[in-house]
Design a protein around this ligand. Structure first.
Ligand code: NDP
Ligand code: 13P
Length: 344
């Protein structure tokens, strides 16, 4: 197994994983970008800003020194927001070694380039790092529950089965069960697009549409995510897995979800800017809505719920108007796929 793990990003997810892995005996280094935050965590052993009430074990090494963090381990896990991943990894690039495995914990699609996180990592790090040594760890895993050691399952995806298994082994504990998958694009599309649907579910909660509507958003949500994924070369089965229906269900239902919570405020009448101003943590679904909308247009894939979220967030359309539009689409067969995808 990987001897040691460095987690970059001392937000809620990075901190939760560091706590969890240290408790199971892993050697963990947590990198925080602000030296005052790193010092405060070292001295108090709490990260009240992002994960209140959770004690950080004394053996988690906390630093804001990039070189120290990079040299400490041979598995680098990146827990910075998706739109900042590229610039952050550029700063890590001079420190890369060929034996490193780099794992994105960030879920999202980069605006403009429309690249997934593994594609961004490849774009920046190859050829200094072999493409096979890049992966992602996605799935239904709210930081608050992982930090408390509640049973959780996730999926490690990499193009190389051996590397997927290396990531699996590095993160697997008796409380965090990790599956391996080589369908990297499927895992990334599922794990990123679910944040858009979580905003939709939150809007539905905020308006008060009820449980039937929420179930409809989850079910028709996975149908449209799968259409996009198939168009990008993903495997159908992945959307029945942890980064597909698994992450979609938890994020649409959970009280912990920042994306669902943001949607709820919008459903209750707030403007996007007002809802964002109230948040300290990242709600990836906002920027990902833009990217998924653009990807769907590029690949001529119908994603009506994503489209509705896009209109509410960015074009000031009212949730009622968009719900009416969704409910009055032409009649469809339940399992319809565009012709171009029918063979897959
Ligand atoms: N929270 C969760 O339950 C889960 C989150 N994820 C994913 O993990 C990623 C991170 O989420 P999460 O930890 O929750 O986010 P938070 O908002 O809690 O924390 C973000 C962290 O990223 C740091 N950061 C922001 N910008 C930069 C930058 N340019 N360079 C370096 N560091 C930066 C922040 O530092 P600073 O404080 O200095 O701003 C902070 O430490 C997201 O993509 C999210 O979708 C995945 C699974 C679960
Ligand atoms: O990805 C997550 C859970 O799997 C976290 O979701 P939120 O960012 O909506 O809190």
């Amino acid at each position: 197994m990987s001897a040691s793990i460095t987690i970059y990003g001392a937000g809620s997810w990075g901190t939760a994983l560091a706590v969890h892995l240290a408790q199971s005996g892993r050697s963990v280094t947590l990198w925080a970008r602000r030296s005052d935050q790193a010092r405060a965590i070292r001295e108090n052993r709490y990260n009240d800003e992002y994960l209140p009430g959770i004690e950080i074990p004394a053996d988690v090494r906390v630093t804001s020194d990039l070189k120290e963090a990079a040299q400490a381990s041979n598995l680098w896990a990146l827990a910075v927001p998706s739109q900042q991943l590229r610039s952050f990894v550029m700063s890590l690039k001079p420190l890369i070694r060929p034996d490193i495995v780099v794992v994105s914990l960030a879920k999202g699609i980069e605006n403009d380039s429309l690249m997934t996180m593994s594609q961004v990592l490849e774009d920046v790090l190859v050829p200094q790092l072999d493409r096979s040594r890049i992966g992602v760890l996605y799935g239904p895993s709210h930081a608050e529950e992982v930090a408390e050691g509640r049973p959780t399952t996730v999926v490690a995806a990499a193009h190389s089965p051996a590397v997927a298994e290396e990531i699996q082994e590095a993160f697997m504990t008796d409380r965090l069960r990790v599956y391996a998958n080589t369908d990297v694009i499927g895992v990334e599309i599922g794990g990123s697009a679910k944040n858009v649907l979580a905003i939709a579910a939150g809007i539905s909660d905020g308006v008060g549409y009820g449980d039937n509507a929420k179930a409809a958003l989850v079910t028709r949500g996975i149908a449209e995510i799968k259409r996009l994924g198939l168009a990008l070369g993903a495997k159908s089965m992945t959307f029945a897995g942890l980064a597909g229906i698994g992450d979609l269900v938890v994020t649409c239902m959970s009280q912990h979800s920042r994306n669902r919570g943001l949607g709820e405020q919008i459903g209750a009448g707030k403007k996007l800017e007002e809802a964002l101003a109230d948040m300290h943590m990242v709600a990836e679904g906002v920027k990902t809505t833009q990217s998924i909308h653009d990807l769907a247009q590029r690949h001529h894939i119908e994603m009506p719920i994503t489209e509705a979220v896009y209109e509410v967030l960015f074009n000031d359309r009212r949730p009622h108007e968009m719900m009416e539009k969704l409910m009055t689409r032409s009649a469809k067969r339940e399992n319809w796929l565009p012709e171009v995808l029918q063979e897959r």
